[in-house]
Design a protein around this ligand. Structure first.
Ligand code: ATP
Length: 329
């Protein structure tokens, strides 16, 4: 796999605070790569260095073959940025807004009209392209921001919390555009999110950042496997009988009885469940409930950071971040 981003001991220190601590990683071409971490973990600082908004204190990174410090102008041409703060001018239409950005980003004049149409179609805003943005919903504005980040054919698109504050339906739409981008535009996407489900659904690989360092990096399924096994929980009036019937199944890691429940720890619980049900049925063991549980990204996050992301709440996080950014300006 060809890396499109490589970071080498990338570090950012603010006074006595090491916000990003010597991060070295590779992002492959065509990947959707997620950054997860608690508040203040260093995600935005890491992204800001890659986007050439902040200079590293030490270390470096190469994007699309260009060094973020030496060749920052070429890095900027290679990337698109969709950051969280709403930055669209609501007294314009989508088409006018995109036209202005096509000029800013030096999209060749002969290609501008067709490219604008292309990105509008991609985010399904073509029917509303000539309406003023103050008539748009939050989800539509976010879609326009994505379209704008794509105008100049970037090789890498950075999305900071792309669906924060959106309703579930708008979120699903954004997910589907992100998937299409990878397919249609042969693009690499780096996103930060506070939604565990989003990271799980969208990302090929996820890096968990805590206190400025990467504490885990792998595919969502591999990360989940590191934190625990899948479980099948069967309630029955004959738990000991069921335990002895199932005990010989070689795939089972452990099988325990607690009260009226048989608890089976087993990899690939989905695949093994029909066989377990068949044995119980054949031997006449009646079950009052069958429950399948597997570790999710919340368990992974908790395992590696010692914190529950739900406690922080994405909306309050969003507000805090906006306030912080405004106070930095
Ligand atoms: N411009 C700055 N000046 C001083 N300290 C900063 C600056 N930007 C970030 N920091 C500090 O660096 C650390 C990392 O912040 P960063 O915004 O990168 O975290 P984050 O993971 O993006 O958090 P969140 O999810 O809350 O946005 C924090 O301790 C933060 O206070």
């Amino acid at each position: 796999m060809t890396p499109i981003i490589k970071t080498f001991n990338l570090t950012k220190i603010f006074g006595s605070n090491t916000a990003v601590n010597s991060i070295s990683l590779e992002v492959h071409k065509g990947e959707v790569f997620g950054l997860l971490g608690p508040n203040g973990a260093g995600k935005t600082t890491f992204l800001s260095m890659l986007c050439t908004i902040l200079k590293p204190t030490s270390g470096t990174a190469v994007i699309n073959g260009y060094d973020i410090v030496q060749d920052s102008a070429m890095v900027r041409r290679s990337i698109g940025i969709v950051f969280q703060d709403p930055s669209v001018d609501t007294d314009m239409t989508s088409r006018e807004n995109l036209q202005m950005h096509a000029d800013l980003y030096d999209v060749p004049v002969s290609e501008q009209a067709s490219r604008i149409q292309e990105v509008l179609t991609l985010v399904q805003l073509e029917d509303r392209a000539d309406d003023f943005l103050n008539t748009y919903s939050g989800g539509m504005r976010r879609r326009l921001e994505i379209a704008r980040g794509l105008l100049h054919y970037p090789r890498v698109l950075f999305l900071d919390e792309p669906t924060i504050g959106l309703d579930p339906q708008s979120r699903e739409h954004i997910w589907s555009y992100i998937r299409q981008l990878r397919e249609r535009e042969d693009m690499t996407l780096i996103l930060t999110t506070h939604y565990m489900e989003e990271a799980d659904e969208l990302c090929d690989r996820i890096a968990i950042i805590d206190h400025g360092s990467i504490v885990a990096l792998d595919t969502p399924s591999a990360l989940k496997q590191t934190v625990g096994c899948e479980m099948i929980l069967l309630k029955t009036e004959e738990p000991e009988k069921l335990q002895s019937l199932l005990a010989y199944i070689p795939e089972i890691d452990t099988i325990r009885v607690i009260d009226d429940e048989v608890r089976i720890s087993i990899p690939n619980a989905d695949d093994e469940l029909p066989r377990i049900m068949e044995i119980a049925f054949r031997e006449g063991v009646h079950m009052s409930s069958v429950h399948l549980s597997r570790p999710d990204m919340n368990d992974v996050f908790m395992h590696y950071t010692g914190r529950e992301i739900r406690e922080e709440g994405p909306e309050s996080v969003s507000r805090m971040r906006m306030m912080r950014r405004r106070s930095r300006r």
